[in-house]
Design a protein around this ligand. Structure first.
Ligand code: SAJ
Length: 427
C-alpha cells in the first residue's frame, strides 16, 4: 500500500471543496470530482460555490483539476468521498449517494489503493453496505486488494474559529496498515490530533453520537422552555446561570426549531440502524419529537397572544417570517424550521411574508422594512446579524413579536414601550 500523495475528492460541497483546497495547500496533488456541470464551471472560473471565506480565498489561486471524469481517479493513491447523506421525507437515511460514489471510485482506483469516506454514515454502513457493494461490483477484496477507511467530516458552517485545517478528527480503517497510512495523511493535512479508532464502525459511531449528543441537549432546553413558559421563569437566564458552573454543564439554548444538514438528521441514522438490530432508542426518538414540535409550540404562542391582544385569529392575519436559513449568517436552508413554520401558518390561514437577507431568492420581499411593515405579527426564526439592529420603533401597528431565538431578549423593553407583545421561547 502506497503513502498518500495524490488524492481524488469526490463531492465538492461544503465538506469536499475545503478539504481539496487544503490538501493542495499542504502539497498533495488533488483532483476534484463532482457531477454538477454548473458547480464545475463555477469552480473552473474560480467563482465561490460555498459560504466559506477561507476556502474561497484558496479557490482564487488553486490549480486543482475540477472534473466529472471518474476515470481520473486512476491517478490517485486515495479517493475521498464527500457526498451528501440526507434523510428522505420519512426521516429514513439515504445512503445511495455514498454507495454509488464509493462503488464508482473503487472501479477506478488502482489495486492496493485507498477509499476514504468522509460523509456522515451510521455504524454498519461500511461493513454491511459499502464493502459488499464494492466486492460485488469490482474484482477487489476489501482488506486485500483495496483498503477502506472512514474519517467523518466535522465541518461547522459559519464558524470562523474551527475549520477543516484545525478540527481534530477520528479515523477508522479495515486494517492496521491502512489505518497508519490514513492517520499519516490526515496528520499532515490537519493541525490537530487525529485519533485512531478501533474499527471503521467505531469511527462511524463517533459522528452520529456527537450530533445526537447535541440534539438531546437542545431537546432538554426546549422542554425546559415549554415548562418554564408555564412556570413564569426565564429559561435563558437560568441556562446562563447554570453555565457559570465551570464543569459538568454545557449550555444549549431553546429555539423555534432545529435545522441543518447534521443535527436533525444524524440521530435518525442511529435510530434506524439500532431498530434494525432490535434496539429502540426511545430517548433519541423523544428528543427528535420535542425538537420537531417547537414550530407548533411557537405558533400556538402566537395564536394565543394574537387573540388576547387583538381578538384576531391567525386566519387572515398578516405574519412576517424573518429568516429562512437554519442558522445565523449562513446561506443554508437544509431542514430549516422556517419551512415548517411557513407551512403551519399557511395551513392556519395566515397571510405570510418571508424575508432572509442571505437568501433573497427564498424571500417574498426585498427589504426588512417591507417584511415587517403593516403586519399583525412577526416571527424571528433565524438570528441573522441584520435583524439584531432592527429599529423596533419602526414596527408600528405590530401586535405580536415572536422571538424564535430569544435573540432580542435584552431589548424586550423596547417592544413593551411600543405596545408590542414580545414573546420569546421560554423567556
Ligand atoms: N440550535 C438550537 N439550540 C442550540 C444550538 C443549536 O436550537 O443550543 C439549533 C440551531 O438554531 C440550528 C440547529 O440547532 O437550527 C443546528 O445548529 P448547530 O449549531 O448545531 O449547527 P450545525 O447543524 O451546523 O452543526 C454543526 C455540527 N458540526 C458537524 O456535524 C461537523 C455540530 O456537530 C456542531 O456541534 C455544530 O455545528 C456547532 O457546534 O456549531
Amino acid at each position: 500500500m502506497k503513502e498518500i500523495k495524490n488524492i481524488a475528492v469526490i463531492g465538492l460541497g461544503y465538506v469536499g471543496l475545503p478539504l481539496a483546497l487544503l490538501a493542495e495547500q499542504k502539497g498533495f496533488d488533488v483532483i476534484g470530482i463532482d457531477l454538477s456541470k454548473e458547480k464545475l464551471d463555477r469552480l473552473k472560473a474560480k467563482k465561490p460555490i460555498i459560504d466559506d471565506d477561507q476556502a474561497n480565498r484558496l479557490l482564487e489561486k488553486t490549480n486543482i483539476i475540477f472534473t466529472d471524469d471518474f476515470n481520473k481517479i486512476q491517478e490517485a493513491d486515495a479517493a475521498i468521498i464527500c457526498v451528501p447523506t440526507p434523510v428522505d421525507k420519512n426521516k429514513n437515511p439515504d445512503i445511495s449517494l455514498v454507495e454509488n460514489a464509493a462503488v464508482t471510485a473503487a472501479k477506478n482506483l488502482r489495486e492496493g489503493r485507498l477509499l476514504i469516506i468522509e460523509s456522515t454514515i451510521n455504524p454498519g454502513v461500511c461493513d454491511e453496505i459499502i464493502i459488499p457493494a464494492i466486492e460485488e461490483s469490482t474484482p477487489y477484496v476489501i482488506g486485500k486488494t483495496l483498503s477502506l477507511a472512514h474519517c467523518p467530516e466535522r465541518i461547522n458552517p459559519g464558524d470562523d474559529k474551527w475549520h477543516v485545517g484545525n478540527i481534530p478528527r477520528v479515523v477508522g480503517a479495515n486494517s492496521d496498515a491502512a489505518l497508519d497510512i490514513v492517520h499519516r495523511f490526515y496528520s499532515k493535512l490537519v493541525d490537530a490530533d487525529i485519533k485512531k479508532m478501533g474499527s471503521i464502525k467505531e469511527a462511524e459511531a463517533c459522528k452520529v453520537v456527537e450530533n445526537s449528543f447535541r440534539d438531546v441537549n437542545i431537546a432538554f432546553v426546549n422542554e425546559l422552555a415549554m415548562s418554564f413558559d408555564k412556570l413564569g421563569i426565564n429559561v435563558k437566564n437560568v441556562i446562563d446561570g447554570a453555565a457559570t458552573k465551570p464543569f459538568a454543564f454545557m449550555a444549549h439554548y431553546p429555539g423555534i426549531g432545529v435545522g441543518g444538514h447534521c443535527i436533525p438528521v444524524d440521530p435518525y441514522y442511529l435510530i434506524e440502524y439500532a431498530r434494525g438490530k432490535g434496539f429502540d432508542h426511545h430517548f433519541l426518538t423523544l428528543a427528535r419529537s420535542i425538537n420537531e414540535s417547537m414550530p407548533d409550540f411557537a405558533i400556538d404562542l402566537l395564536q394565543k397572544s394574537l387573540i388576547e391582544k387583538t381578538g384576531k385569529n391567525l386566519k387572515g392575519s398578516s405574519v412576517a417570517v424573518l429568516g429562512i436559513s437554519y442558522k445565523p449568517n449562513v446561506v443554508d436552508d437544509r431542514e430549516s424550521p422556517a419551512y415548517t413554520i411557513i407551512n403551519i401558518l399557511k395551513e392556519r390561514g395566515a397571510l405570510v411574508t418571508t424575508f432572509d437577507p442571505h437568501m433573497p431568492d427564498k424571500s417574498s420581499v426585498e427589504t426588512l422594512a417591507e417584511a415587517i411593515g403593516n403586519k399583525d405579527a412577526v416571527i424571528l426564526v433565524t438570528a441573522h446579524k441584520e435583524f439584531m439592529s432592527m429599529d423596533i420603533d419602526s414596527l408600528d401597528g405590530l401586535s405580536v413579536f415572536i422571538d424564535g431565538r430569544n435573540a432580542l431578549n435584552k431589548v424586550r423593553g423596547e417592544f413593551v414601550k411600543n405596545n408590542i407583545e414580545y414573546i420569546g421561547i421560554g423567556t
